[in-house]
Design a protein around this ligand. Structure first.
Ligand SMILES: NC(=O)c1ccc[n+]([C@@H]2O[C@H](COP(=O)([O-])OP(=O)(O)OC[C@H]3O[C@@H](n4cnc5c(N)ncnc54)[C@H](O)[C@@H]3O)[C@@H](O)[C@H]2O)c1
Length: 346
């Protein structure tokens, strides 16, 4: 029997969730959006009922699970309501827009028997999984760099126009770290574990109230440097298209680089790994099979729902990214290195 899904939030990211549910043979049985025009348009395309209040969707007893595709400051409230209604949750990133909300959501998931997956899809990209497989061959890790430069300078936002929630600190979480960097923070954790402390410098241009550049030094038993920026530089990166995103890790026995590309074009811009091994002195570029990280993420979630088994990335993974961001903001304000507040996994 196919899994029955409710879609909460019918904006831009909803398309990617719908592609995944289609691949998983799951059935969208109800959609909700406060914007009635959007909800109605999706419902017509999917031939299902719609609601402007997502609580009505949650009251639908046939629904097994929901995708929470709302602005970040609404993730906690909607996820908690979904869990209370007995639904499994696939929640968009970042998990919340502040650390107290993230802690509360961890507690709500722990107190339930529902599956909660956070939508950090980069760990599902085959190149990232290949990189994870190769990490032990680096020996003792010495240093790492995580780079996230995206071509979303001021000009890019001007074209969007209107009230852009993601540029608002309370609703969106303050810019480049949250919207571009959080995925690579999760990918970094996936590859080499959790950092223990962070010292950050975050900046915004005069006239903007969101950070468009942020740099962190992190300690994870070795030193990690994270650099992120929204720039009007259109030709940066390994494909010279403005998308300059990679993780580089150097160990005593070699170096690994993983390049991730434009997230909407996984078929034409295939993420790859460059691996140098001191064992034979060779550098290889490895192109694993091209797969859409979004589709893989939703397939994993539907599979977890079917099997009743919690997978990763879970609520603790969502929390840890939030904790890194929270410590980075506070470190920037206080001008000093701060520990990252970890939680033990129950
Ligand atoms: N995984 C990724 O790479 C990725 C990319 C883009 C966005 N996102 C995340 O997806 C989420 C949604 O982003 P988006 O780009 O789709 O935003 P969006 O603004 O396009 O869509 C959000 C939708 O939520 C609706 N909404 C707002 N408040 C509501 C409420 N109280 N009840 C019901 N509906 C409400 C809006 O009307 C809108 O249609 C965010 O958390 C964002 O960070 C993730």
């Amino acid at each position: 029997m196919s899994v029955k899904v409710g879609l909460i939030g019918c904006g831009s990211i909803a398309d990617f969730h719908l592609n995944g549910y289609k691949a998983a043979d799951a059935e969208i049985v109800h959609v909700a959006d406060a914007d009635e025009t959007r909800a109605k348009a999706r419902a017509e395309a999917l031939n299902c009922p719609w609601s402007s209040d997502y609580h009505k969707l949650l009251a639908d007893p046939q629904i097994d699970c929901v995708s929470v595709c709302l602005p970040n400051h609404l993730h906690r409230e909607a996820s908690e309501a979904a869990i209370a209604a007995g639904k499994h949750v696939l929640c968009e990133k970042t998990m919340t827009s502040n650390l107290p909300d993230a802690k509360a959501l961890v507690a709500a998931v722990e107190a339930s028997d529902r599956i909660f997956q956070i939508a950090y899809m980069k760990r599902f990209i085959p190149a990232m999984q290949k990189a994870k497989e190769l990490i032990p061959r680096l020996g003792k890790l010495l240093s790492g760099t995580v780079r996230v430069y995206h071509p979303f300078g001021e000009e890019a936002w001007k074209h969007v126009g209107g009230d852009i929630w993601l540029l608002n600190k309370d609703k969106g979480g303050a810019g480049v770290i949250v919207h571009s960097g959080s995925h690579m923070l999760d990918a970094m954790r996936f590859l080499c574990g959790d950092p223990l402390s962070v010292e950050a410098r975050c900046h915004f241009k005069k006239g903007l109230d969101y950070y468009d550049t942020a740099y962190f030094m992190m300690e994870a038993g070795f030193t990690l440097f994270f650099e992120s920026a929204w720039l009007d530089l259109q030709n940066l990166g390994v494909r010279n298209n403005g998308w300059d995103e990679r993780i580089e890790i150097t160990g005593e026995k070699g170096r690994l680089e993983v390049f991730t590309m434009w997230w909407t074009r996984p078929d034409v811009e295939v993420p790859f790994v460059r691996f140098y091994s001191a064992e034979d002195g060779e550098t290889r570029e490895i192109y694993p099979q091209a797969k859409d990280g979004f589709i893989e993420e939703v397939l994993a979630f539907v599979n977890s729902v079917k099997e009743g088994k919690q997978g990763r990335p879970d609520v603790y993974d969502g929390y840890m990214v939030q904790a890194i961001i929270d410590a980075a903001y506070r470190s920037n304000e206080e001008g000093r290195r701060l520990p990252i507040e970890r939680l033990s996994r129950k």
